[in-house]
Design a protein around this ligand. Sequence first.
Ligand code: FES
Ligand SMILES: [Fe+2]
Length: 360
Amino acid sequence: MAFYPFTDTEQAYPRNQWYVAAWSHEISEKPFMRTVSGERIILYRQHSGTVVAVSGLCPHRQMPLETAEIVNDQIICPYHGAAFNPDGVCAHLPFQNHVPDGMNLKSFRVEESAPFIWLWVGQNDRADMDSLPYARELSPVPGQNLLFGMHSFHVQARSQIVLENLFDQSHISFTHPLTLGQRCAENGPTKPSDIIEKDNYLAFMRLSLPKGTDDALRAFFPDISPQIRIRSRSELFGVSLVVAAGSEILACDAEGEPVASVGDLVFFHAITPETDHSTHYFAGIMRNFALENDLVSTSYAERNDHVVLEDIKVLEAIEPCLAKAAASDEPNFVTDAAAIRVRRRIEAHLMKESSDAALI
Ligand code: FES
Ligand SMILES: [Fe+2]
């Protein structure tokens, strides 16, 4: 039976892909344990600052290594003292010279592209740097924009429904009536004005109708034009990083035509499978206005956390109902088009993975 919501594969997510394992700031010179793609992995920084990712259980007696000490970049198992190099190779045992077979930790390909630490969860020899989601626009430039409200959430639901939810505009008024609903109701779920599809990137662009500025906007932009439009975008980088409802405020002329960009607010979400039925969800925000205003940071971050928790509540209610669900039996709405397009794209990756595997 296909793994819901796919129709042609029993696999829950593509494995030969980059996923966010952690925020850069979460990883220090102490081991940090996170389960990704069903594997317990520890991440830590060497003295040089380079991040290392290796399997998080000692092969000798399965001791979790999250409490291990790191000495000279080596992991020291807290049970019987085996020492592992950053590449996972067991370099030393305390009471014998011979290191038996099977004592190495599995090493994972890891790349830091701040603010994210990316992990390749599939076969190491297939790690493809070209498919590392290019997050230039998510890297803040001091003085120009500010990254804030970076939080990690855990979702007891499969990653694909978490991902699709971010491309589903029609739930906003109902799942987020108090946090987002009223803001978005005026636009409703609109048809994208433009869709951009490339190898490693998919984007849906939307442009709101002109609307009058309100007091909140005038507080940030005192000289703003009487009318504005909002250009929003929902983007998928690779298979797991989403800029959902990133929105740019555009000043308009008297005819309601956009004339200048006033401010840009980017909400990003990295969706990483923990297991087939659970997901890590990294959410953060970046803006290029009111950089010094901590109150703005606090209020946007609090609201964003509420929004994410509202989504998680729905997704966790759905997950236990999916054991026998078949996407092929489900009706779709017109407003599901973007999420279905994302689903087809991920399913194409899955199909390619299984055909590549068949060739090995
Ligand atoms: S469990 Fe790690 S050395 Fe024994
Ligand atoms: Fe939502």
